[in-house]
Design a protein around this ligand. Structure first.
Ligand SMILES: [Zn+2]
Length: 71
């Protein structure tokens, strides 16, 4: 059951006549399937983001090791 907006995390309201969801915060209007799709996409982006942070950290760590060797 979709409860929160995948775009802004706001409360979603079900429109019973169209079976679509409306975000009370940003006004996003989409079907349940579309909401799931958007949510999956944002989870994938989040995983990418975490991976990128880890790689940045590794780069930094390797760079700082090199600096130490120079000294
Ligand atoms: Zn929203």
């Amino acid at each position: 059951m979709v409860k929160f907006c995948p775009e802004c995390g706001g409360d979603l309201k079900l429109d019973p006549s169209t079976k679509n969801f409306i975000c009370k915060s940003c006004g996003l209007y989409a079907s349940r399937e579309k909401m799931d799709e958007l949510r999956n996409k944002s989870e994938i982006n989040y995983e990418d983001h975490k991976k990128r942070i880890r790689e940045d950290y590794l780069d930094w760590w390797q760079a700082s090791k090199k600096d130490k060797q120079k000294i």
